[in-house]
Design a protein around this ligand. Structure first.
Ligand SMILES: Nc1ncnc2c1ncn2[C@@H]1O[C@H](COP(=O)(O)OP(=O)(O)O)[C@@H](O)[C@H]1O
Ligand SMILES: [Mg+2]
Length: 247
């Protein structure tokens, strides 16, 4: 399915300032797709449009053949698309377990839980325990999120993202601010949890990009310069001139 996710001719202006001027690329199902580009290229703006947090000035996003542009995040979420939440959206005072539980609950909707106490619902508890284990936080599952290390907080964020059972995951610079050690762990985790799923990752760290991505799209001056395999992209002269050469 070459048209699993298609960003088509997206434009975005902020009060007259053109940030995106016709962004176009496709993502295949089960692909790991990285979007790279220099600071200020418009990566986060594009990310917010893909996740439904921001409306494009023009252009459309096709997801599984449907135009989803302008649809709010919770609607996109129901059709399987989930963006990573910022740390501020992890409830700091809640335990790791309860943070994941709240994500799993939102997946099933309130009605499902109305008559059930979560401590009596084995199915629910098993699901939460499995997710906690999947992101490597079993040892700290009863600790408040606020007590976690930075790397563990990002792992929790990914756990909350997974709790809605997404098939397409969007991550915006998940290793930003991490130490080298934390980055290595985070990449292992992302690699593991995205197998059998589709990933679109916005990333600045070239090591991360080249170790993870099947396809790389280079955003430069508001458009996609090239969208191809890591090998092709790293050998592309336009990319060398425009981007890799800068730093
Ligand atoms: N809400 C906004 N209002 C006005 N300008 C914005 C807004 N969001 C981003 N920008 C501008 O758009 C440009 C691209 O920003 P951004 O998408 O954050 O880039 P990147 O993530 O690639 O570093 C920057 O010049 C930034 O200042
Ligand atoms: Mg950004």
């Amino acid at each position: 399915m070459s048209d699993y996710f298609h960003v088509r001719d997206i434009h975005k202006d902020f009060s007259g300032m053109k940030v995106l001027t016709g962004v176009d690329f496709k993502v295949r199902k089960n692909e790991r797709h990285a979007v790279i580009g220099p600071n200020g290229a418009g990566k986060t703006t594009l990310f917010n449009i893909m996740s439904g947090d921001l409306k494009p000035s023009s252009g459309i996003i096709l997801y599984k053949g449907k135009d989803v542009s302008g649809k709010p995040p919770h609607i996109l979420n129901r059709s399987g698309l989930s963006r990573s939440f910022q740390i501020t959206n992890v409830f700091q005072q809640l335990s790791v377990f309860d943070n994941i539980l709240s994500g799993v609950r939102s997946r099933y909707g309130l009605r499902y839980h109305f008559f059930k106490r979560p401590d009596r619902d084995h199915h629910l508890i098993e699901k939460v325990e499995a997710l906690v284990a999947e992101v490597g936080l079993t040892d700290v599952k009863d600790q408040p999120a606020s007590s976690l290390s930075y790397g563990q907080q990002r792992a929790l964020e990914i756990g909350v993202t997974l709790s809605t059972e997404p098939e397409l995951i969007l991550l915006d610079e998940p290793t930003a601010g991490m130490t080298h050690e934390e980055t290595v762990q985070a990449i292992k985790l992302i690699d593991k949890v995205t197998s059998g799923r589709t990933l679109i990752i916005i990333e600045h760290d070239m090591d991360v990009v080249f170790s993870l991505a099947d396809t790389i799209s280079v955003l430069y001056h508001g458009t996609i310069l090239v969208s191809d395999s890591p090998e092709k992209v790293s050998n592309d002269n336009r990319v060398k001139d425009a981007y890799l050469g800068e730093g």
